[in-house]
Ligand binder design. Sequence first.
Ligand SMILES: [Zn+2]
Ligand SMILES: [Zn+2]
Length: 136
Amino acid sequence: MKLNKQVLCLECREEIFNPICPRCVSSEIAVWMLSQGKKAKQAIKNEIKNILKGNNEHDYTKCIVCKGHDTFVCPYCFTERVYNSLKKARVGKKVLAEFLALFSFDLEHTGYAKDAEKLPDLNLGYCEDLEKERFI
Ligand SMILES: [Zn+2]
Ligand SMILES: [Zn+2]
């Protein structure tokens, strides 16, 4: 295999082992976003726009899914940024837990996946906190 081009993620500066481009990841997120509230939608849209602006003149590894777009941010950094934007927008814990369950690329659980431990387990139904939240 020849190692050419720019292969480092713009965000974490590490090699991208799982080249799925931001557009492909965001289209997955966009489908999920439709069932979410206004706050979450707005946060996601803004953050994705910002990330997509990050591509510069470099030639990056092509995405393994669409095979067309450059993968200039690794899926981990991409989802982490979207996740952080959701946190900043103060969406409910259930939304955060769902996001992590669906889009976590933190396979080694060293980054944001740790948060999932503090969030309600979706399979166990509502915890007390969420019950309260629903009636606010
Ligand atoms: Zn990265
Ligand atoms: Zn792609």
